[in-house]
Design a protein around this ligand. Structure first.
Ligand code: NAG
Ligand code: NAG
Ligand code: NAG
Ligand code: NAG
Ligand code: NAG
Ligand code: NAG
Ligand code: NAG
Length: 522
């Protein structure tokens, strides 16, 4: 009996001891955590303490603090026509105005490039770097609540083991700052650089469409080719094609999106090859079903493999980023169910083969485009009856949220996959729209300003969609917004006279930067 009694006491004693030690550890960790903020580089504070990090997910570049409200301005209301011949450049109906699109209004500024942001009341406020810093700090006045909020999200006290070990993890990650993840690439400035462009616009004929190669047109100003994006708070390693291929050994990068995604694809092919002819590169479109259907103008996409490193780069055309299903297969002029909440069949089929995925959509979301394509909105497999979703902005928002959520849900199965959602590529029609004589005639780089200092993305829909997911935001909107001189402009081949293309970019040009930002995160 006594032995049992003593045995029990021993057990109790050790239990009490363990409980004491755990509690001490917990209190210590709790006390310690706020201090972590002071070790961090200032820029990443909010980001690094975000719940995503504490829960072990990669950082997404969105910050909840919102010092400014931007006036809404349509940046994406033009459609490229997907069924037209590649050389045809006329734009089709794009009438509706989508209120969900927003962009920062950056005023024509003087030579010192003070950034001006137009508030909702349309009072321009100059935000100098110093002021920006102050505002950021006052936003960080939330620091304590932010930390507390994050801690609330780790498992409750009872599971002391996991919460403390998780905090240790987070601590490790914080003290060895991974600049690659933590910084906001959209914040920075354009600088002139003689090492640009990364390939010649006279070359790269293997991949670069003639309609986007402005060197092959009558255009005579090429200052726009010589700019490099320099992020403010992150190092961006100089891109080289060989470094890219090495990092992508035995890997596949897929672009899925509209014609702006196709531009980015062509840009990347040219960046990898330096614009040189490469007879060793294999067309592997067939592996992905990317073959030209009978009677089609072109396939739904392209896939190429670099045998030296077994690296595959592909592009798949999905202008809406949702599934399209003919309602009547036998009818050649059938309507299509546009399943807003269902990812494109191509993605569902091939996602497992991708190591890097870059999604985009935006410029096809207008009533004219949907009608012309006979796309009928469906949600949950049935025709949509929700009036909010029936509006273009609501439908687009639902699709973007759905695709991001779906990709995020797949990531545990494919832990090696890096998924990016690319924000809207801004358009620059001045004095009219695409079909009313709008133009982008400026040839002087950076005349709208050269610097972006805001923390939050200009594409609020995309930023909201990736928030809390492991899908990264490839935020190119604000930097590209400053590059009104980089569009095809009046030089589009076969353009209807008087019509300019202020949506697509000259290549080499702005989309090269988007790829550099991806490269920096590989
Ligand atoms: C810390 O980083 C490692 C690898 O970089 C990652 O596996 C781990 O999930 C991260 N932990 C947290 C809490 O973010
Ligand atoms: C920004 O604008 C303010 C007010 O116009 C001016 O005083 C200041 O010198 C400008 N900042 C820079 C960096 O030029
Ligand atoms: C902002 O800058 C512009 C030009 O740099 C100047 O004319 C204007 O007065 C400034 N506004 C404020 C509020 O500082
Ligand atoms: C963080 O919070 C503490 C306490 O609330 C405050 O004293 C400090 O100034 C804050 N830090 C910043 C950078 O706002
Ligand atoms: C940690 O706590 C969880 C409950 O949150 C429990 O399931 C798990 O077994 C514990 N792990 C260890 C090693 O005690
Ligand atoms: C090329 O990479 C893929 C994975 O992307 C792998 O399955 C395949 O075996 C590789 N081929 C060669 C020849 O190494
Ligand atoms: C966009 O969709 C998400 C998810 O469906 C929703 O939470 C959010 O309120 C929507 N935003 C807008 C502006 O409609």
């Amino acid at each position: 009996m006594k032995g049992g009694f003593y045995g029990l006491r021993g057990k109790q004693f050790s239990l009490i001891l363990i409980a004491l030690v755990c509690t001490t550890l917990l209190i210590w960790a709790w006390e310690k955590t706020p201090l972590l903020t002071s070790i961090l580089p200032p820029q990443g504070r909010l980001l690094q303490l975000s719940p995503e990090i504490l829960l072990g997910a990669p950082v997404v570049s969105s910050i909840s603090s919102k010092p400014h409200t931007y006036v809404n301005k349509d940046v994406s209301n033009i459609a490229e026509k997907e069924t037209v011949n590649e050389q045809e450049q006329h734009f089709d109906v794009a009438a509706s105005v989508d209120p969900s699109k927003s962009s920062p209004e950056i005023s024509k500024s003087d030579s010192n490039f003070n950034k001006t942001i137009v508030l909702k009341e349309e009072i321009p406020i100059n935000v100098t770097e110093e002021e920006e810093e102050k505002q950021k700090q006052s936003a960080e006045g939330k620091n304590s609540t932010q930390v507390k909020h994050s801690l609330d999200l780790v498992p409750p006290m009872g599971s002391a083991n996991s919460s403390s070990s998780m905090r240790e993890e987070a601590h490790k990650n914080m003290t060895s700052p991974k600049e690659k993840q933590a910084c906001n690439y959209a914040k920075g400035k354009w600088v002139a650089d003689n090492n640009r462009p990364l390939y010649s616009g006279f070359g790269c004929k293997q991949w670069l469409s003639a309609m986007w190669a402005c060197r092959l047109t009558q255009r005579t100003d090429f200052a726009y080719e010589k700019l490099r994006w320099q992020p403010k708070d992150c190092k961006m390693e100089e891109y080289t094609g060989s470094k890219f291929l090495k990092r992508m050994k035995d890997k596949t990068l897929a672009f899925v999106g509209d014609s702006l995604g196709r531009q980015q694809f062509q840009s990347l092919m040219c960046m990898i090859t330096g614009g040189e002819e490469r007879s060793d590169v294999k067309d592997v479109g067939r592996e992905y079903g990317l073959v030209k259907a009978r009677g089609a103008v072109r396939p739904d996409g392209w896939a190429y493999r670099f045998p030296s490193t077994n690296t595959t780069i592909l592009y798949y055309w999905s202008a809406s980023l949702c599934d399209l299903e003919p309602l009547d297969i036998k009818n050649p002029v059938t309507d299509y169910a546009m399943h807003l909440d269902r990812p494109p069949a191509f993605l569902r089929r091939f996602l497992h083969k991708f190591d890097v995925l870059v999604l985009n959509t935006g410029h096809h979301w207008n009533r004219g485009k949907l009608n012309a394509n006979r796309w009928v909105m469906h949600v949950g497999g049935v025709p949509n009856t929700n009036r909010k979703i029936a509006e273009i902005a609501g439908a687009k928002n639902l699709t973007i949220h759905s695709i991001v959520k779906w990709v995020d849900s797949q990531l545990p199965r494919y832990p090696g996959l890096k998924a990016f959602y690319r924000t809207i590529s801004p358009r620059h029609f001045f004095n009219g729209d695409w079909n009313t004589g709008g133009s982008c005639d400026n040839t002087t780089p950076m005349s709208e300003g050269k610097e972006i200092l805001q923390d939050e993305s200009s594409d609020t829909v995309a930023a909201a969609a990736v928030k809390g997911t492991r899908v990264k935001l490839l935020d190119i909107t604000a930097p590209s917004q400053l590059r009104d001189e980089g569009h095809i402009s009046r030089y589009s081949i076969k353009a209807t006279p008087g019509m300019q293309d202020c949506l697509h970019w000259c290549l080499p040009g702005v989309p090269d930067t988007w790829n550099e930002i991806i490269f920096a995160q590989l």
